[in-house]
Design a protein around this ligand. Sequence first.
Ligand code: ADP
Ligand code: MG
Ligand code: MG
Length: 214
Amino acid sequence: MEFDGGFTAGWMRRFAASAEATRAELTALDQQVGDGDFGINLTTGLSSVVAALDALPVPSGQWPAAAPLEAAAGVFLDDVGGTSGPLFGLVLQELAVAAADVGPRLTTAALTAGTAAGLAAVQRVGEAVPGDKTLVDALTPAVERLQRSGAQAPPGCALRAAADGAWEGVLRTARLRARRGRASYLGDRAVGVPDPGAVGVGLLFASAGRPVAS
Ligand code: ADP
Ligand code: MG
Ligand code: MG
């Protein structure tokens, strides 16, 4: 598989489809530990991303992997509401920057550097640390799995490992009391409910892989 712009555009489209399929659950989670808008914030943002991708000119030569990621980042940074919109924007932007640094095709090293830089940017802005019950709890193990995969691993394998790490992080958030975001107002009442933003990060990495053909 070529990890060029065709791959990253497909990744963003699959992320949009997964979020849409999960919207009711995301809404229910944010109703329990927040204000109920996360499912709408994420799916509205991603349908604008799909519209932006539809409008992107597809070059006749090789399509750089960074271009669709940049388009998606721009939508999240400029137009998506909630606390999570700009934070997803920062992750996508750092992925785009790292992809542009290595040329037209994504590498595992670029994915690792971009996700790590995205996590750092999220923490700079939101000041959450692991254990605060936020999307940082899914991003941190995703970065660890990418790092552990090693630069020689094919990007598809590394992304699958990142998704596994993110889902493990999501499950851990269920046991936590929140120290950041709206869930922090709830104290013990948020315990037992996974963090919706973390689920969004799980969906992002899980959407990178193509569905297995039957
Ligand atoms: P809002 O609370 O503004 O309605 P959203 O519903 O869009 O925001 O997003 C909620 C998610 O944002 C939470 O589930 C959590 O993962 C994430 N979040 C909230 N505050 C922070 C923070 N300080 N750092 C990182 N992520 C955060
Ligand atoms: Mg909300
Ligand atoms: Mg809100």
